[in-house]
Structures are given as C-alpha cells and as structure tokens.
Write a protein that binds this ligand. Structure first.
Ligand SMILES: Nc1ncnc2c1ncn2[C@@H]1O[C@H](COP(=O)(O)OP(=O)(O)OP(=O)(O)O)[C@@H](O)[C@H]1O
Ligand SMILES: [Mg+2]
Length: 256
C-alpha cells in the first residue's frame, strides 16, 4: 500500500512454554497488514488467535520474534510511546473520579494536574460525561465506563488509536448506542483506528476495511473492503450490500 501510515510487516511471535514439559505457543505466524492515515480498520478472528498479542506488539509492549512495525515510514518495532492503546480489559481506578481517571496518562507524563484538566474538560463534554466528572467508576453504567476508558486513550493524543474490543462486554442495546456514538466521533475527527472485535456486524458498520485472522497461530485469511457510504445508519444492517459483506466475512471466518 503506497500511502500506508502503519505497516505491520510479517510478524511472528511464539511464547515460551509457561510450565516445564508444556509446548511453546505459536501465536502469530507471519501477520502483515497496512493502514492508511485516517482509515478505520478492524481485525476480527477467533478467540485466542493472537489479536491482542498483535496490539501489544504494535504498541511496543512486546517484541516480535521476527518482522517489523513501521509508522509513517519509521521503524518503531519494540518502541513504546507512539500509539494510544485501549487495552481489552481497560480498568478504571475505583478510587479516582471520572475526571481523575481521564487524566491518568498526562499526569504520569508529569503534566501538572491543572493543565491536564484543561485538556480533558472539552473532551468530557464531547463524550457526554460532563455531568459525571466528579462521579466514581462504580456509579457509572458499563457504556459510560467504556467512554471514560476511551477518553483516557484519546487524551494520550497519538495519531494512531488501538481499540481492543471496547464494546465486547456490553449488552446489545448499549453496544449499538456506543457504535453509533463512535461512528459519529470518528467521522468528526478522522483518527486512524485499528479496532479488534468478535462481532461481524460491528466490524462492517464501523470500518473502511476488515482483516479476518485465522485461528492460532494467526495469519491474515482475508481482507475485506467495506465500501459502504458514510454516514451509516443502523437501518442499513439489513441492506443487500451489508448482508453480502456479512456473508463474505462469515465464510472467511468460519473457513479457519
Ligand atoms: N504473555 C504471554 N505468555 C504466554 N502466552 C500468552 C501471552 N499472551 C498471550 N498468550 C497466549 O497467546 C494466545 C493468543 O492470545 P491473545 O490474547 O493474543 O488472543 P486474542 O485473539 O486476543 O483472544 P481473545 O479474542 O479471546 O481476546 C493465547 O493462547 C494466549 O494464552
Ligand atoms: Mg484479545
């Protein structure tokens, strides 16, 4: 891809045996993908195939055995600090308010609290959380907690966002509300996003392109361009074009 912003080039990762006598765990088996600036790309694949491992490698938390990660043409393999990453189980600190959870990143970077609040407050409004700035996580709904975790990720202010199943644990209604909301926010800011999901409809609804991973050890089984016009409405989920994409994705997913 000529104008790729992020390139994941032929990544291999095997974990050593966790106990004596156990086998090593081949997890990624030559994964390559590319993402353009401003593109929303999803990764879908069976549970345990290595999706979160790939995010850990892109973000520099882990090193691949082989292969490299290029961001804007620069080799960042194993380097931290280039990417905003919302982990699969992104926990909020229960003893901190919403606002103080949001500013955790800047605070850890040594930015004074007052300055961090100044950065966070306009986003709280954008994320419909202004009225809850001084609430504690236990006082929020699941969807609101995910918005706080997402706001914290956005506040890291990197140009590439990795979102690992942000809506995986939500009920169907809240999940579709959050998808509509994310779609709206993304259309406004056009951040570059890679989004992990198990949900075929979610992947199609949100994405420009979708990579389908095989079962572990993961490799790219299919790359599907969504091509549906934006803004997208929920009603389109039953359209012929949507259903065709759904069939294509399911057959790639199930043929693993
Ligand atoms: N640090 C680690 N040490 C050893 N094994 C690991 C480690 N991290 C992940 N694994 C193993 O690697 C495999 C892939 O895990 P990973 O979390 O990447 O899967 P996933 O595709 O994100 O799954 P899910 O969809 O359930 O979140 C799993 O078998 C997991 O147990
Ligand atoms: Mg995972």
């Amino acid at each position: 891809m000529a104008e790729a912003y992020l390139v994941v080039d032929d990544i291999f990762k095997t974990y050593p045996p966790t106990e004596k006598g156990k086998e090593k765990l081949e997890t990624l088996n030559g994964v390559s993908l590319a993402v353009k600036k401003g593109e929303f790309v999803s990764v879908i694949g069976p549970s345990g195939c290595g999706k979160s491992t790939l995010f850990n490698i892109i973000s520099g938390l882990e090193r691949p055995d082989k292969g490299c990660i290029l961001l804007d043409g620069k080799d960042i393999t194993g380097e931290k600090g280039h990417i905003s990453y919302m982990l699969q189980k992104d926990l909020l600190l229960p003893w901190r308010t919403v606002l103080d959870n949001c500013i955790l990143g800047p605070e850890l970077q040594g930015i004074p609290k007052k300055e961090a609040y100044r950065l966070a407050l306009p986003l709280l409004k954008e994320f419909n959380l202004s009225d809850f700035a001084s609430s504690y996580p236990a006082q929020l709904s699941g969807g609101m907690r995910q918005r706080v975790a997402f706001l914290r990720t956005v506040l890291a202010k990197k140009e590439l966002l990795l979102l690992d199943e942000p809506f995986g644990a939500l009920d169907a209604y809240t999940k579709s509300e959050m998808q509509d909301w994310l779609s709206g926010i993304w259309s406004k800011y056009r951040e570059t996003v890679i989004f992990i999901t198990h949900d075929v409809e979610e992947a199609i609804f949100l994405s420009d392109r979708v990579y389908v991973f095989s079962k572990r050890p993961a490799l790219v089984k299919a790359e599907i361009t969504v091509g549906l016009p934006r803004p997208r409405s929920r009603g389109e989920i039953t359209s012929t074009a949507f259903v065709k994409l759904k069939k294509e994705m399911l057959s790639a997913l199930l043929d693993v």
